[in-house]
Design a protein. Structure first.
Length: 372
């Protein structure tokens, strides 16, 4: 058994979530879109976009039991209204120095097929203003991650530039499912956005949510059944996305772009990188764009994966890609999150070398979010 080591002084939670009030969009959206702003349900789960498009497109069979479990863990924060002091308290209880914040119901705010691109751009601007205000005054402990919509790439470029310059954002997220039918993420259409993120030194995060309306894997076969939608939406959509970045030429054309795949686990990654390398070797000359590196080499050069703190294959992932490409997250305050133990739970693992644990808990997320 390895000798007991002192815990790391600093820990970074790479993916936690706001619990946005249901009506913040009306306050923050451009006035011309106010009547079309998303509206959240009175409970935590639902969202209506443009007055007609209801999300998520799934249903839990026993939602009351899920809510009860959630309330038992997070009831105090819920009663306090999920305000910034609540998040700072959560940081302190988990022994975490920094927490990167993504939305909750807002993950679905630009999820419909056929959403008006002008409205989608206005919705992301509203969210980015809101989250910038939320983290203001938290001394950098709460890190706002902005959202970009991919329907209008020129609007996305402008919003990335505005949010980086006005709010100091160091990262932006997109859904893995492209919102324009047939326009995959490796399409040249998106190259101006990837170039802008390179110029801004801003990371790109791929963060999914089960129950979108964008042709999500599993929706055609399982409909509204929640568990398979969750099972497929995260790791399988992440694999599709990595194909676009590693084999579709995005990383080749944009070598300074940092990207991370979140909330999808990591145990599948060594096989997937091996498989993509095999595909390149077999079909690269006849069916792939020119690639100067193997897909696995692109990943190690500029990509990250978020590992669950207790997943059993983590030692093999560390050995395969290196801890410098791995971060970890609490998913606070979602029902599957690790609170109250938080990401520090990773430190208790004796099957992962000490230096790798320190890397995943501090150095890697700081490099990802350009805080190093």
């Amino acid at each position: 058994m390895e000798e007991t080591m002192s815990e790391p002084e600093q820990v970074f939670d790479a993916d936690a979530h706001l619990m946005e009030p249901p009506d913040f969009w009306r306050e923050y959206i451009d006035p011309e879109f106010r009547e079309r702003a998303p509206v959240g349900d009175a409970d935590r789960g639902g969202l209506t976009v443009d007055g007609r498009l209801r999300f998520p497109t799934l249903r839990w069979a026993r939602m009351g039991q899920l809510n009860q479990r959630w309330s038992e863990v997070y009831g105090e924060f819920d009663r306090n209204g999920w305000d910034p002091p609540s998040y700072l308290e959560a940081l302190s209880r988990q022994g975490v120095a920094h927490m990167a914040l993504y939305p909750s119901r807002g993950l679905m705010q630009v999820a419909p097929w056929g959403l008006d691109p002008r409205l989608a751009a206005a919705v992301t601007r509203a969210y980015n203003r809101y989250v910038a205000d939320f983290v203001h005054g938290t001394d950098g402990r709460l890190l706002a991650v902005g959202q970009l919509d991919l329907r209008d790439v020129e609007a996305a470029v402008a919003e990335a530039r505005r949010s980086a310059n006005e709010h100091g954002f160091r990262a932006f997220f997109v859904l893995p499912e492209p919102p324009l039918p047939g326009v995959t993420l490796d399409s040249p259409y998106y190259d101006p956005l990837w170039s802008e993120l390179e110029d801004l030194d801003a990371a790109l995060a791929i963060h999914n949510v089960a129950g979108t309306g964008l042709g999500q894997i599993g929706a055609d076969r399982f409909g509204t059944w929640a568990t398979p939608r969750v099972a497929f939406a995260f790791p399988l959509e992440a694999q599709v996305t990595l194909f676009s970045f590693l084999c579709g030429g995005i990383c080749e054309r944009h070598p300074k772009l940092r990207m991370v795949v979140l909330e999808s686990g990591s145990g599948w990654l060594p096989y997937w990188l091996w498989h993509l390398d095999e595909l390149q070797e077999e079909y690269g000359e006849v069916d792939l764009p020119p690639l100067s590196l193997k897909p696995s080499e692109y990943f190690r050069r500029q990509c990250f994966i978020s590992a669950e703190v207790d997943e059993p294959m983590l030692p093999q992932v560390v050995e395969s890609v290196g801890a410098e490409c791995i971060v970890t997250a609490s998913d606070f305050p979602h029902p599957e999150g690790t609170f109250p133990h938080g990401v520090r739970k990773l430190w208790e693992r004796e099957d992962v070398p000490e230096q790798a644990r320190r890397q995943m808990l501090w150095d890697s997320p700081r490099r990802l979010y350009a805080l190093a």
